[in-house]
Design a protein around this ligand. Structure first.
Ligand SMILES: Cc1cc2nc3c(=O)[nH]c(=O)nc-3n(C[C@H](O)[C@H](O)[C@H](O)COP(=O)(O)O)c2cc1C
Length: 201
């Protein structure tokens, strides 16, 4: 009985050790993969010819949870060339997707015009809400060159709500959540333009 207990205990310890080791190894790999995926999307949004800084190094962290209306922190990546801010990319999280949060990258030129938007992580339903991915549809490109002036604010909705952006067939919740967060990001940029574009540090 005592011997069986020791054997059982030993196997449990080995099991725990293996799980911890797997976590340690994969955890770092997952973090690195995420970093590379963000970088790939940042470079898609802001071509390397437009900046001479390391986008992952030159960031501002927005911890104020009320700023974007969700509890997630937002990183702002800044693209700088010859000491001048060219554009920035915010990483807000839309909290109200069909299956939870949708993490976005929203690239804004210094003049407030959108360079583009990408969904970098979400759990939306394949075949319905996942049309926000560039490899599923072109929908997310419809933000290119939009701004707070074009279209006017009341058009910053999906068509079903009287706005300008398409919804997907049988799926309105996902695009509605994305449009809402992109608008919020443009409004945040407008309100905090002076601080965010100041590169003297
Ligand atoms: C299993 C299942 C998965 C769904 N996934 C999504 C989704 O990922 N995104 C979405 O917008 N709607 C999804 N829908 C549809 C929504 O429930 C909703 O009907 C649709 O978004 C239209 O919303 P509306 O009536 O407010 O326009 C899903 C429905 C079902 C039954």
């Amino acid at each position: 009985m005592i011997k069986s207990g020791w054997v059982l205990g030993l196997f449990s310890l080995i099991g725990i050790g293996l799980v911890s080791l797997t976590y340690l190894v994969t955890h770092e790999q997952i973090a690195e993969n995420e970093r590379l995926f963000v970088l790939k999307n940042l470079h898609e949004l802001i071509p390397e010819s437009l900046h001479d800084n390391d986008l992952l190094e030159n960031t501002v962290q927005i911890v104020d949870s009320s700023a974007f209306g969700s509890e997630h922190e937002v990183t702002i990546y800044r693209a700088i060339k010859d000491g001048q801010l060219i554009a920035l990319v915010a990483s807000p999280t839309a909290p109200d997707g069909y299956n939870g949060s949708i993490k976005l990258l929203v690239a804004i030129k210094k003049n407030g015009e959108l360079m583009g938007v990408r969904a970098i992580s979400h759990h939306e339903t394949p075949g319905l809400g996942d049309a926000i991915d560039t490899n599923k549809s072109d929908w997310i490109y419809s933000f290119n060159s939009k701004s707070l002036q074009e279209p006017e604010i009341k058009q910053w909705r999906v068509k079903r709500d009287g706005g300008e952006f398409d919804q997907f067939t049988g799926a309105t919740i996902t695009p509605r959540a994305v449009v809402k967060m992109v608008l919020k990001t443009l409004q945040y940029y407008k309100a905090n333009h002076n601080v965010l574009t100041n590169t003297d540090e």
